[in-house]
Unconditional design. Sequence first.
Length: 416
Amino acid sequence: MNLSPVVIAIPMYFILMGIELLVLRFQKNPTYRLNDAITNINLGVVSQVSGVFLKVLSIGIYTFFFEKFGLFQIPNNVWTFFILFFLYDLCYYWAHRLSHEINLFWGGHVVHHSSEEYNLSVALRQSSTQTIWTFMFYLPLAVIGFDPVMLVLVSGINLLYQFWIHTEAIDRMGFLEKFMNTPSHHRVHHGRNPKYIDKNHGGTFIIFDKWFGTFQEEEERPTYGITTPVQSWNPVWVNISHYATMKEEMKMIPNLKDKMRYLFNKPGWLPEYLGGYRPVKDVGPDYKKFDTTVPLALNYYVFFQYVVLMGLTAFFLFNLGKFDWMTKVGLSTLIVWSTVSFSGIFEQKKWYHVQEILRVAVFVVANWFVLKELAPENISIVFLSIYAALSYFWLWYNYGTVKSFQKSVNQTPQNA
């Protein structure tokens, strides 16, 4: 079984999001949209699935440094756990801060900031490439001599702590604001207002920001998101969109020296002959959040499919050790494909209907192989038959509904 604290806590994530939904409704603060929330969770799913393969990079290299270059053999006990927890958060601060200040590294971190909402689902909006740029920041801990197993535990708890601070349901927290990262401090970090950009980088503790000059108190309510909104629900595109922009901008830069400066300077930097650094602009009065509208029945369809996908994903993550590499690659591909398919439905892509028919068929076959190890054959056949029948009926029913819906939307401006 996968004993990662982040994976074990998956059920608690959804319980807390449910509680937050109730609290926000009571506060009359609707910060959840289905398309945004599912995209947030999709990105967390894709991050966890891709992390299955990237752990070789992060944990593998950390273990190598620990075994070859470790100066001490630090024992695993309560005191060394707290010391490591503090030092890990210091390393996290610098990894996080430089992920904002180096354009190439920002490509890995921008994913987490790209939602225009702020709620607990945003905490799950994680990048699939950030580990590539940040794993080296924790190698000093390996050289000091902290055990890799202890590091995995501490990193998981550090990430779990950061889950609950992604909310507007909690206001200021008094004395804790002085040294701990809180919802108020982290709301600032997610703000795209110029005064809030690149502030409050701490994970668990806010003291590092106060020590190193990156602290900002929450004043007016932040406008959330990034200065150039990604405007897509597709989790794969959200992960690569900044790199795609970098590729296009690097084509404009004629010499290698300036190309390298572009990679490692702050996001927004260009050589002077191309206009120089592009400062962050304030949020204008015409700003509107990216949104798409689909018929309510289609939202229900996506929600139904999503619940089923979460079941497969949870089973996959909890039982990684039981799968060979071919099965891991196959199930990972199916899970990522499903998340992309849902984005196509939300964005009403022309291809969504045909490929969703194909995806459901592949999904049934894949789950047949999974369920045959867990349940009697008759039960598996009945369950998968019901799932396929519901899915295809719903798709058939929604196809006509969508056509009528699109026709009415197209006619609305003419009738207004």
